[in-house]
Design a binder for this molecule. Structure first.
Ligand code: ADP
Ligand code: MG
Length: 155
């Protein structure tokens, strides 16, 4: 079982609650952070990302950047929002180009992060969303290094 200070489990009752969780996470985001979000289609990854943008004071509407793979939104710090849903098969060239040094100036949130495989940075916050009956969602947050533990305190 993981140590208590590296993991938190929260449940949200409806979409606004998932957005509110994302907003709390966005408020404490710092340059260089990576948020790796996983969960089935419709789990609420984009809902969480929308709230995260609010927490970063992003003024633009955040939608699913499925066709461009990555959207960059100006905010308190730059918000790099990746959605790898349409990435079919391990295309190393594409994967390698998605994470570059520019993202060190902002925070990167990746939907379908499991598709990044080995390209995913070792230091990150993993957010796994599980669909429960009705509108409930179980959200498991796991920090893989000390800096990403800040998120667990606000989750
Ligand atoms: P994903 O990006 O994981 O595919 P979305 O965030 O686009 O999922 O969509 C989630 C869908 O599930 C939305 O239609 C939303 O209204 C619905 N939903 C129901 N309950 C919740 C909840 N607790 N949290 C987030 N979304 C929820
Ligand atoms: Mg999505």
């Amino acid at each position: 079982m993981p140590a208590i200070d590296t993991e938190r489990v929260v449940e949200t009752a409806d979409p606004p609650a998932t957005r509110a969780l994302g907003e709390r996470l966005g408020r404490v985001a710092r340059p260089g952070d990576v948020i790796a979000v996983t969960g089935d289609l419709g789990a609420g990854k984009t809902e969480l990302a929308k709230g995260f943008g609010v927490g970063l004071d992003v003024a633009e509407v955040i939608s699913s950047p499925s066709f461009v793979l990555m959207a960059e939104h100006p905010g308190r710090i730059p918000f790099f929002h990746l959605d790898l849903y349409r990435l079919d098969g391990p295309d190393e060239a594409v994967l390698g180009g998605l994470l570059d040094e520019r993202e060190g100036d902002g925070v990167t949130l990746v939907e379908w992060a499991d598709r990044l495989r080995d390209e995913l940075p070792a230091g990150r916050l993993d957010v796994a969303i599980e669909i429960l009956p009705g509108e409930r969602r179980r959200v498991v947050l796991r920090a893989s290094d000390a800096r990403h533990r800040a998120y667990l305190e606000v989750a």
